[in-house]
Design a protein around this ligand. Structure first.
Ligand code: M6R
Length: 624
């Protein structure tokens, strides 16, 4: 995970780097740092164990003078505890080569052993530091007379040493490097970790994600695996790791930087919860009608005729995106179409069983989740086609999949995923509807009703959001509980899992999501008097059984909050109700999840947790 930034230009370099880090903090936030080359060609390096605000304060106390090139980093620890020593940037022994890195250098122990034997002194426990020392070795091997040469004459040397360094690395990396002796160029390289450059006028940017520099430019170029770039003030050249020059096209990003700001909300999570109606509407717009026609073909490459050729649907994803996949499985099965859903990190053996008639649907907000990408590669090499559902234009997933369906949720900053989940559901309902209609499973009348029901969802989501104050009161009543149960059945079972995940990740309490029918096979034993149990029980075929399961839990002391609609409320007996607008049975997950997101938010707020940046987590999980 981790976020990297790089800059060369005339703006105040530390400000650009730190501002970028703030926007990348969602990728990791246990420590951070910046390094710039100052007017005297000396390295200015500042690092802190903690958040970007602390780094900003430290830099403000003793600012860098005259710097116009540098790199920055916000870390999610893998090798070495979160501490100032392990924070990036890392330097070589001379203190003039400086590197920031996102990913894992798998052969770092081997490299480190050799470097130690050659006399290098290490200052951290990280895998990253080997890169700086390796670079020092490569520079030494090129017999550079650093002091006797003009900085511009050092550029080819810097480039060649960097290229050789990168060639020795195994694993995943997006890295950027500055050499104080050659301050007119930043070098950057990518292998299995996201990396993008931003094109400015007389200035250029490097980052893990475009949000870091959108404020300055929307023209960007994404690097592919095995590519590196020499970034100067007036231009960027791209190369393969073998040193062959490549030409690359710039794309313009549609997001603007204000979309990644809180807009008056206390937390990004709450803002994003309130953007869910828009996320669904934007994701559905222009893609639904005629259901079963070729409306997705131009955009995604997936034609209705191709839909007829797949006899299996396989969802793969992680975390919240996996829960969306579980809803998708239920939806496809409801249409009599064979479907499975797997956690990407547990897919390895099953991937080998994928065949040509399987459409793998890989869901990922970031499009950079390492487990999901690995599963996609395995499935494709076994012969399956892959449809990516992602919120991130230009992400690795979009480049590796056969078909791409972009969700239009806007940037999601809160680590706890909310609007991206609704966007994923909208995309899945779209695809499932098109499949069912294309394959003749839905009659013309049913297809019309399905489309009408789906198009009502943005409005019903708005109505559900109006319940925020009532839900907040219920949450406050339970904010001292340390254990929570979430149960449901059928198409809402994944919502019970999602409710439990939301509260766990932002409130640090113990929560279990269970299939209601499974409770009596063991988990019911954990119920004690007063234990909060959130039962997702909208109208539909599972209602009678759900009502029974709720009675069983109550009989053992559970304090039940029922998520119902006006019709199901008559059947369910609970101590508290959250009553949602009436939706078509299949579409209820798009509503039932919302009170659980809001519930989790207000429990976390009462517990004074760091809602947008929960402990131990990062938004993009780019390591396996
Ligand atoms: O970017 P992705 O959708 O691939 O991320 C997958 C999970 O890491 C993500 O959904 C995670 O579970 C969220 N923090 C949940 O809120």
């Amino acid at each position: 995970m981790c976020g990297i930034t790089g800059y060369i230009g005339d703006h105040k370099t530390t400000d650009v780097l730190i501002d970028g880090l703030r926007r990348l903090e969602y990728r990791g936030y246990d420590s951070c740092g910046v390094a710039v080359v100052d007017a005297k060609n000396e390295l200015y390096l500042r690092r802190v164990s903690g958040r970007v605000d602390a780094l900003d304060e430290l830099v403000a106390q003793d600012p860098a003078k005259g710097a116009n090139v540098g790199v920055g980093h916000t870390r999610w620890a893998t090798h070495g505890a979160p501490s100032e020593d392990n924070a990036h940037p890392h330097t070589d022994c001379s203190g003039r080569v400086v590197v920031v890195h996102n990913g894992i250098i798998e052969n770092y122990l081997d490299l480190k052993e050799k470097l130690l034997a050659s006399g290098h002194k290490f200052k951290s426990e990280t895998d990253t530091e080997v890169i700086a020392h390796l670079m020092e070795e490569k520079l030494k091997a090129l017999h550079v007379q650093e002091k006797a040469m003009r900085a511009d004459m050092l550029e080819p040397v810097f480039f060649e040493a960097f290229r050789k360094t990168v060639g020795d690395l195994k694993g995943s990396f997006a890295l950027s490097m500055v050499w104080a002796s050659c301050p007119a160029m930043v070098l950057t390289a990518r292998m299995h970790s996201p990396l993008v450059v931003g094109l400015g006028k007389g200035e250029n940017f490097i980052a893990s994600d475009v949000s870091a520099f959108l404020k300055y430019t929307k023209r960007v170029i994404f690097l592919n695996d095995g590519e590196m770039a020499a970034v100067k003030k007036d231009g960027i050249d791209f190369y393969t790791f073998q040193g062959k020059k490549v030409s690359k096209e710039a794309v313009t990003i549609q997001w603007d930087s204000t979309m990644a700001e809180k807009g008056g909300y206390k937390h990004f999570m709450l803002k994003e919860i309130h953007e869910q109606s828009e996320a669904v509407e934007n994701t559905l717009r222009g893609r639904l009608l005629p259901l079963g026609g070729d409306v997705l073909k131009a955009e995604t490459g997936l034609a209705a005729a191709a839909m007829k050729g797949f006899s299996n649907i396989q969802f793969i994803a992680c975390g919240t995106a996996y829960h969306a996949g579980l809803v998708g499985r239920g939806l496809f099965e409801n249409f009599g179409l064979r479907a499975s859903a797997d956690i990407a990190s547990e897919f390895t053996d099953r991937a080998k069983l994928m065949a040509k008639d399987t459409l793998v649907i890989a869901i990922s907000q970031s499009g950079e989740t390492a487990d999901t990408l690995f599963a996609v590669r395995e499935a494709r090499s076994a012969g399956a086609k892959v449809l990516a559902i992602t919120n991130t234009v230009g992400s690795t997933l979009t480049r590796e999949a056969d078909y791409v369906l972009q969700t239009h949720c806007g940037p999601e900053i809160g680590v706890a995923s909310t609007k991206a989940f609704l966007g994923q559901l909208a995309a899945i309902y779209l695809v499932a509807g098109h499949f069912a209609a294309a394959r003749g499973v839905l009659s013309a009348t049913d297809a019309r009703r399905y489309a009408e029901d789906l198009l009502k969802m943005p409005r019903l989501i708005e109505e559900t959001l109006e319940l925020e104050k009532d839900i907040a009161k219920v949450a406050e009543a339970f904010s001292h509980s340390e254990h929570f149960l979430f149960i449901s059945r059928h198409i809402n079972f994944p919502i019970a899992l999602e409710g439990a995940l939301k509260i766990k990740e932002i409130s640090y309490v113990h929560a279990e999501g269970y299939a209601a029918g499974e409770m009596k096979h063991g988990p019911i034993a954990i119920i004690y008097k007063g234990m909060p149990l959130l039962a997702v029980a909208p109208s539909g075929r599972a209602l009678e059984l759900m009502a029974g399961n709720i009675e069983e839990a109550k009989a053992r002391g559970a304090d039940v909050v029922a998520i119902v609609d006006a019709v199901s409320r008559k059947t369910v007996k609970a101590s508290r109700y959250i009553t949602l607008p009436q939706a078509g049975e299949l579409f209820t997950p798009m509503l039932t999840v919302i009170p659980l997101q809001i519930f989790a938010y207000y429990v976390a707020l009462a517990k004074k947790c760091d809602i947008d940046k929960p402990r131990n987590l990062a938004k993009s999980v780019t390591v396996r």
